[in-house]
Design a protein around this ligand. Structure first.
Ligand code: GLC
Length: 471
């Protein structure tokens, strides 16, 4: 009798998308009972989560072809026009189409997507996957190739240059990543900042010592770690400080840098964070604004990439343990907590019916998040939490036909509009299962050292982010 991982693998490989008889990617889902929309396409972020399943099974050639394919789809022209994707951008998704009798790949850079959202995260996932491929195979030749070096440098240009901002965080529009519908995740969402951090750390592996970008990348990493560590971290004492801060301060020496008003702190938070050093990174920080929602992917990535300090890492894992029913429950893991409800839901989501409270992106449960949870739990020595999450998933997911997500406040049920046989639900499970058996596998996606340990001049963070000139 094949095991559950064997059966998941067999299902996953049904999603292969081929070009010239070779697999180049997986489509998002093979559910034929629902309208395909774009679920029959290869999503860069979805495949990135499935890639380790191939790497750990010795099918690195599939990952290599995926990486090459996305390089070919990266925008190369310098577009100064609106309605044209910027140079360096990689598509959210792509699919084979017939063109003059030939099968070619066509990317979607946001111009066809629902609500025309921009895929900021594709370039970041691509770099993270390239590092995992290189770590797994030891093949450094791929990243050294001219076309790959050009791709890497175009990503650095796109993400490190050309912003109005002083802050090291990336300023992005709503819905520009995994949460690709309006959900108040514009500005400086943690999910993007953590991915950006992981991507820049990955890029360092591919830049020679004399590369002109090396210093800029290291500086940006240090500034990001400083900025997110200082302004996003929430625990009982930082919340107390927010409540007692002075307001409307002007000048260089201020305590309330973002001019946050205590009335904006939600009531639920005090009882939710235990008073034992537990804490987490806020969902978003900007002028006059902290988004107090807990976003799982960004927090988990902060643990596994060295963005969080060891104390923050253990504080985060204690919070997950203390709030297990809210964040992991029976269908690990919840994408964000809590849901936007009532008038807030109407205003912030634009009354989006797919994102009603406790559904889909608005606090639904996403099995694909097991990928980032695996990294975070194992890097923090919380194998017990990972085992618990995997056990919950194993108890139901195959019977539910590998749904894309679950809905529900406390009792998750397969999402009302969820696709079944969703690739990244299977890919994430396979990765989690493999890492439970061999925890060293997380080396593909984790960094044990902090960023300030990798380069000595980073030891002292800038006193104020504004004093950190340059990228
Ligand atoms: C939905 C999700 C997105 C995912 C896509 C394909 O649009 O919000 O994150 O990449 O489906 O699975």
């Amino acid at each position: 009798m094949p095991t559950l991982p064997d059966r998941a693998w067999a299902q996953l490989t049904r999603a292969r998308v081929e070009l010239d008889d070779l697999t180049v990617c997986l489509c998002a889902s093979v559910d034929r009972d629902r309208p395909a929309l774009n679920y029959d396409q290869c999503f860069v972020r979805d495949f990135a989560v499935c890639a380790p399943a191939f790497l750990l099974r010795g099918e690195a050639d599939v990952v290599e072809r995926f990486l090459e394919t996305v390089v070919r789809l990266q925008m190369r022209e310098h577009a100064v026009e609106a309605f044209r994707p910027r140079r360096g951008l990689m598509p959210a998704s792509f699919r084979p189409v017939e063109q003059e009798g030939e099968k070619v790949l066509r990317g979607d850079y946001g111009e066809e997507s629902i609500a025309r959202v921009t895929p900021v995260d594709s370039v970041l996932w691509w770099l993270i996957t390239l590092r995992a491929y290189t770590q797994s195979t030891g093949d450094t030749g791929l990243a050294d190739r001219d076309d790959f070096q050009t791709a890497i440098h175009l990503i650095l240009e796109l993400t490190l240059e050309g912003s109005f901002e002083l802050f090291p965080t990336l300023l992005v529009p709503d819905g520009s990543f995994m949460i690709d519908r309006r959900l108040g995740v514009y500005g400086h969402p943690l999910e993007v900042q953590s991915l950006f951090f992981a991507a820049l750390r990955s890029a360092l592996d591919f830049l020679g010592d004399d590369d002109e970008w090396r210093e800029a990348v290291e500086r940006r990493l240090r500034n990001l770690a400083f900025h997110v560590g200082r302004y996003y971290w929430l625990d009982r004492s930082s919340i107390h400080a927010l409540r007692t801060n002075a307001l409307d301060q002007y000048g260089e020496e201020v305590t309330n840098v973002f001019n946050l008003f205590p009335e904006s702190i939600p009531d639920w938070i005090d009882n939710w964070i235990p008073d034992d050093g537990s804490g987490y990174f806020a969902g978003n920080v900007g002028p006059g604004r902290i988004d107090f929602r807990f976003f799982t992917q960004g927090n988990m990535l902060a643990c596994s990439t060295g963005l969080a300090t060891p104390e923050q890492r253990s504080g985060l894992m204690s919070l997950v343990e203390a709030r297990w029913d809210d964040l992991a429950g029976d269908a690990p893991l919840r994408i964000v907590y809590p849901a936007l409800e009532g008038e807030e839901w109407r205003v912030v989501t634009g009354a989006d019916r797919k994102n009603e409270p406790w559904r889909y992106h608005n606090a639904g449960w996403w099995p694909c998040l097991l990928w980032s949870f695996t990294n975070a739990a194992l890097v923090s020595g919380r194998d017990d939490l990972l085992a618990r999450a995997v056990e919950s998933i194993e108890a139901r997911i195959e019977g539910d036909r590998w749904p894309e997500y679950y809905d529900g406040r406390s009792d998750p049920a397969p999402g009302e509009r969820a696709r079944r046989w969703q690739s990244w639900s299977m890919g994430a499970y396979l990765y989690a299962r493999a890492c439970l058996e061999d925890p060293s596998a997380i080396g593909l996606y984790c960094w044990m050292d902090r960023i300030d340990e990798i380069s000595p001049e980073a030891a002292a963070p800038p006193e104020d982010p504004a004093s950190a000139r340059g990228p």
